[in-house]
Design a protein around this ligand. Sequence first.
Ligand code: MIC
Ligand code: SF4
Length: 648
Amino acid sequence: MADTLAYKILKAHLVDGKLEPGHEIGIRIDQTLTQDATGTMAYLQFEALGLDKVKTELSVSYVDHNMLQAGFENADDHRYLRTVAANYGIHFSKPGNGICHQVHLERFGVPGKTLLGSDSHTPTNGGLGMIAIGAGGLDVAVAMGGGPFYLPCPRIVGVHLKGKLQEWVSGKDVILEALRQLSVKGGVGNIIEYFGEGVASLEVTQRATITNMGAELGATTSIFPSDENTRKYLKLQGREDSFTPLSADDGCKYDKVIEIDLDKLEPLIAKPHSPDNVVKVRDVAGTDVMQVCIGSCTNSSIYDLEMTAAMLRGKQVAPTVDLTISPGSKQVYTMVSKSGALSDIIASGARILESACGPCIGMGQAPPSHGVSVRSFNRNFVGRSGTKDAQVYLTSPEVCAATALSGKITDPRDLGKQPRVALPTEFYIDDRGIIDPPTSGVMPEILRGPNIQPLPTRKEMADRLVGKALLKLEDNITTDHIMPAGAKILPLRSNIPAISQFVFFYVDQDFAKRAKAEGAFTIVGGENYGQGSSREHAALAPMYLGLQFVLAKSFARIHKTNLVNFGIVPLTFANPADYDKLKQNDVLEIDDARTQIMAADQRVKVKNVTQGYEFEAKFDLSPRQQEILLAGGLLNFTKEAAGEPVPA
Ligand code: MIC
Ligand code: SF4
């Protein structure tokens, strides 16, 4: 049978289930990655599993998010991550070494392998022909322990790339066009596979921008074939031996195909406040801008920075604009410094930041009030930048640089000919920022500072789930709404009692107080509830406050799994009209929950106690997930399977 590339790799890694949409599959994971903001929790969970060493081919722990050390908290986390990595056979990428996805692409990604990462942009490495999937920290902990990763078997959407990229148009425009066509929920349940003659015109760095931002489509992952460009990139990284040519079989069938004609593509931009709010740059050209940020795991490669420098060379950033630049990795940083590009960037008046996520996750550089910020990043949700009323636009580094120079959103085609920038012929390789785990001898003590609090536990599922619907929310609620990040909140990631005080903080500042007063509560959401990040804190912290179940029109993939992993039932409305009938603060109740959650028809009866009626809700869970819910979460389920006691 002729297979898509994604199915070929999935088939080679299948350890459980049937590779058919509608079934759950378990796949073997070759490599894992974590970053610091999700990593502390993932390693606390790995420790709780009681294993000696990771069982993967490769596991890497990166530090790239919580880089501001305004107090002891982040430094404590870094130290814990370094010492825990040494003890369990994990490579540790030091702070300053770069953004996890960029460094992994450079130094570790291998075509045809599977990668599971506790970050939603793990699909970046799909640009090298990997199946690279984002997940919650607990799923990554289980995979590090050698367990399969379970997911609903995806459908494959083929993106036919025709023609070749024109001047001033880049990989970012390809993914913005895909977002324009498919929307932020268009990829849910799908793998996006790129094919066609246009593929050859894209370097691995451009492909990685595209697969990275496939996360914004809600896709399980995105993948490119592994071809001569892949070989070239791996060779430049001194890793040609990792190369294998990979492509879909001739005549394979995609579940759906969309076309993007690169010849016709124009510079695009996503307007506030959603990555799919895409228009032509021309349509918003002339808008006054106060801040421009170039960097993030989407657009901080050597190509992106050399292009930016070529555009800024000999010019000055507009007096009204603050331009920040974050190189994606130490490799990129060093190479732009050796080539002289860094001097051009500095001379233009740009502010140079560390190789880290930085402003992308609100770690500094919050825009001014009502400020317009144009960024080469991937998310522009309300408040994510650190300024609630900021207007954040997402676009390519080319549009960013043109905009920084003029102070207004600018279509770079107005600047004349695009400078020619090719990848350097030699890459700077220095892995001393990655600490290999010791293979023998005395292991360092695992050091935990006061910010690292024990994991909260959950009891087995109760037979009666009841609570006020403390919020009734609209469509596309993000995990940034549920569990905000930013410089003030992110340092509390390893302290659930502390971080839970900020659940839904920017939606309702009193939310945590109201939740505590209730003891137990429920949430009602619209379509695509929980889109965005992989942060399991968006399930764990509400669980800690007493969340019983979420009733929504539909769920985003990672958040739905995270809810199940922490024993919270994700329910959808059997009849969408029931969403309209329901009011915030109605008390919702499920009786015989333990029996109902095992129902073969996957339907439960929910009582609206306040309004005095009963309605039907559905769930779409595998038998394994039903058992996880009964056990009160994946950690209990895994312990039960190993014959260990779980909290009663
Ligand atoms: C993000 O871009 O939202 C993050 C911060 O990288 C998250 C992970 C996290 O919340 O720690 C993600 O994308 O998964
Ligand atoms: Fe970091 Fe931003 Fe990428 Fe998330 S999206 S990993 S915060 S750079």
